[in-house]
Design a protein around this ligand. Structure first.
Ligand code: FES
Length: 87
């Protein structure tokens, strides 16, 4: 089974810029994956300060299997998860 680890930055700025929406989408995907028959384990981690001081303009920051995404949104995160899942 594939494992996809999604880390969402939980700093105030990332929360303000949409981190909670991203987190909710990933949670929904976790619930749907049985129905979609995705043979993938999705782990969601909310953590502060995952950006490594890239600055304020990068929020929200998401890391998927270690690959950092800046100015992430629900769509770009879902696309990346599906891309990894299909590999
Ligand atoms: S801590 Fe959230 S962007 Fe740096």
């Amino acid at each position: 089974m594939k494992k996809i680890t999604v880390e969402v930055c939980a700093c105030n700025r990332c929360i303000m810029m949409g981190a909670m929406d991203i987190m909710e989408s990933v949670e929904s995907l976790k619930k749907l994956k049985t129905q979609l028959r995705l043979n993938t384990q999705v782990e969601l981690i909310m953590d502060k300060k995952i950006c490594g001081d890239l600055g304020d303009e990068v929020s929200p920051v998401v890391s998927i299997n270690g690959d950092m995404m800046t100015r992430a949104n629900t769509q770009s995160v879902m696309e990346q998860i599906i891309k990894i899942q299909r590999k």
